[in-house]
Design a protein around this ligand. Structure first.
Ligand SMILES: [Zn+2]
Length: 143
């Protein structure tokens, strides 16, 4: 058995016992829970309820819920991506060749980004050429 403090749309609060949280949810969905003071159907949990709207409004979209600002981690990643892409040359499919040339001194030393097959990346690492996967996929630039 579990006890919930419930509140109706007229702000009456009352305690009710239920078999389980699931049983409460089923009864609520079925419209079987009414206010013990006024009999209203718009009843919700008064404590620990994650929302502030009466249950009958639950289908309405909550403004802003889907457009919350990016988390600090997402912002940091976006900033890192911006910096790396700004300071690196995108060599696309030639990444492995270009990385090897830079390592051998045949091409000017610079940061490059591009695509490498897993076996190419493995070969580069085995040759002691520092490569690292970017935390996002590389996309072909259209230019
Ligand atoms: Zn009531």
């Amino acid at each position: 058995m579990i006890s919930f403090t419930l509140k109706c749309e007229h702000n009456h609060t009352f305690d009710s016992w239920f078999q389980s949280a699931e049983a409460f949810d089923k009864l609520l969905t079925a419209g079987m829970i009414t206010c013990s003071v006024c009999g209203a159907l718009g009843v919700e949990k008064a404590v620990m309820a994650p929302r502030v709207h009466p249950a009958r409004n639950v289908d309405k979209p909550v403004a802003g819920a889907l457009s919350k600002p990016a988390s600090p981690a997402e912002q940091a990643l976006a900033e890192m991506r911006r910096l790396i892409e700004k300071n690196s040359e995108d060599v696309g499919e030639k990444f492995a060749d270009e990385a090897r040339k830079i390592h051998d001194g045949e091409a000017p030393e610079r940061s490059i980004i591009g695509k490498a097959k897993p076996e190419e990346a493995k070969a580069l690492i085995e040759e002691g050429i520092p490569v690292a996967p970017l935390p996002w996929g590389t996309k072909r630039r259209t230019n």
